[in-house]
Structure formats: C-alpha cells, structure tokens
Design a protein around this ligand. Structure first.
Ligand code: COA
Length: 264
C-alpha cells in the first residue's frame, strides 16, 4: 500500500521540521505519519520493544495527533505495523514511578488515550500480533478495530499486580459489558481474533497481512460522508453509551436539528 509519508515524531518532532527516518532512535521509538488519500495513518515504530508504550512513544503519538497532517485529515488509522500492535505500557518505566510521578503522567503523555478518543474524525485501529495492556487500551480508544488473524488481545495487568488504567476497564465495560470484562481482566487472559470478534471487540477480521489496507478502506468509506455529520454522530454515539437516556435522546434530536440544514 502506498502513501504520502510525512514526518516521524520522536517526541521533539514538529510538522514543519521533519526528521529523516535515519535520525530516529529505534530503541526510543517514534510515530510515523502518512497520508493515504484523506486518511492519516499513524504507525508506532518501536518494534524491537514490541511497540511498548513508553512515555516517549506516547508523547510522540500526542505530537502526531496535533500535527497538521492529522488535523487536516478526514479519518485516522492507528497501527503498529505488520508484526505487533503493542505489548502495552513500558513495564520497566512504570515500576520506577512514584505516586506523584504517576499523577503527573496522566496529565502529560498519559493523556494520549483520551486524545485519540476525543478526535473529531472517525478512528480505526489496525491490529496484528500482540495487542496487550496499554496496546489494547489504545485500540479501545479508537472507534473501530480491525485485526489480522495473528492478533492476540488481552489486559494482563493483574498478573503484575496493577490494573488497566488508561481507560481500559471503563471502555471495556462499555464495549463488552461487565461480565466479559471481569472474565478478561481478572483472569488476565489473552484472546484470539475469533473470540474478540464474537465479543464485538473487533469489528472485522482482515485476511492475513491485510489489516492496514482493510482499516484504511473502512476509514476512507466513513471519510467519504459529510464530515460534520460523521463527527457529530460519533459524539452522539459516545453520549448514548455514557449519558443518561433522556439526555442522549435529546442530544440526538438537537444534533439532527443542527445537521439538517448543513451542507458540508
Ligand atoms: N514493556 C517494555 N518492554 C517490553 C514490553 C513491555 N510491555 N513487552 C515486550 N518488551 C520488550 C522485551 O523486554 C524485549 O526486549 P529485549 O529484547 O531488549 O529484552 C522485547 O520487547 C521483546 O520481548 P520478548 O518478551 O522477548 O518477546 P516474546 O515474543 O518472548 O514475548 C510478550 C512477547 C508480549 C508475551 C512479552 O514480551 C510480554 O509478556 N510483555 C509484557 C506484556 C504486558 O504485561 N503488558 C502489559 C504491561 S502493563
């Protein structure tokens, strides 16, 4: 699949001052931004560490989200490439953090999960290989999830004495309900694509190696609709899962009233 590849964000990256890929430090990782038509594709690049989400990588992702390329796009796909989505938060880094540092973390790079969820454009996670812990939390922050058959999903945090805390529990309950969330999170078990699809966690299982292509196709299909209708409908769907029923119904009607005469 070809695309217009834009800057790699290694945290200090700016849209206007792209760094050549050769200058990136693979151990620290970076986020590549490419444009496929009107769809921005963000690729985590820290493969040697299975795209473990260090604060550096999360901050690079935040920078990428704020880039001109993403802001000017009509849809966003997040992927980890062809072998792994992400093996989760960087475990070494987490263990070193004091409670004060963790509180500061949620306000800094840890804000990236909500930032993905709050994007006005539709978002699709394109998953292959491990999608664990923070990796699954990142995927859950997207509107839709597409995986190839190699994907392995799970929230193993309980096994190392912590819990998913980047929206993972909250989003999982809304996605699959409390009973299935207990089964997955308390057992800390992994699941393959068939089960994840059956649960509704995955919207689609792509043929082997075609998760990105499939995700971009779905994103482009949504992006072809009037952008304001897509953006407002996305927010109404979020409200329908989170707001009281009466408020959500009223929001639907108000959104319709506002959209009915728009032309874009
Ligand atoms: N944080 C930091 N580094 C990680 C990581 C993580 N979450 N997951 C993998 N890595 C690193 C490994 O330390 C290793 O680095 P090294 O080559 O410098 O030693 C490299 O990525 C490859 O991982 P490895 O464990 O050798 O690969 P594997 O194929 O044998 O096992 C996993 C893959 C995903 C099963 C295993 O890496 C794992 O359990 N990771 C942690 C998953 C987790 O608990 N995530 C939730 C964190 S809250």
């Amino acid at each position: 699949m070809s695309g217009d590849v834009r800057p790699m964000f290694d945290r200090d990256g700016k849209d206007s001052a792209p760094q050549a890929p050769a200058q990136q430090d693979p151990a620290r990782g970076s986020v590549e931004v490419a444009l496929h038509g009107e769809v921005a594709v963000l690729t985590l690049r820290r493969e040697a560490k299975l795209n473990a989400l260090s604060t550096h990588l999360e901050a690079a992702l935040l920078d990428a989200l704020r880039s001109q390329t993403v802001r000017g796009s009509r849809a966003v796909v997040v992927t980890g490439g062809s072998k792994v989505f992400s093996a989760g938060a960087d475990v070494g880094e987490l263990r070193e953090m004091t409670p004060e540092a963790i509180a500061a973390y949620y306000r800094a790079s840890g804000a990236v999960y909500e930032a993905i969820a709050a994007l006005p454009q539709p978002t699709v996670a394109a998953i292959a290989g491990y999608c664990l812990g923070g990796g699954l939390e990142l995927a859950l922050a997207a509107d839709l999830r597409v995986a190839d058959p190699s994907a392995v999903l799970g929230l193993p945090e309980v096994g190392i004495g912590i819990l998913p805390s980047s929206g993972g529990v909250t989003r999982m309950v809304r996605a699959v309900g409390p009973a299935r969330t207990r089964d997955l999170v308390l057992r800390g078990r992994r699941m393959a694509v068939d089960e994840a699809h059956q649960w509704g966690l995955l919207t689609e299982i792509a043929p082997a190696g075609e998760h990105l292509e499939t995700a971009v196709k779905i994103a482009a299909e949504i992006a072809a609709h009037p952008p304001l209708a897509v953006s407002i409908t996305k927010q109404v769907i979020t409200a329908a899962t989170d707001a009281p029923r009466e408020a959500a119904l009223l929001l639907e009607q108000l959104a319709y009233t506002a959209l009915n005469r728009t032309t874009s």
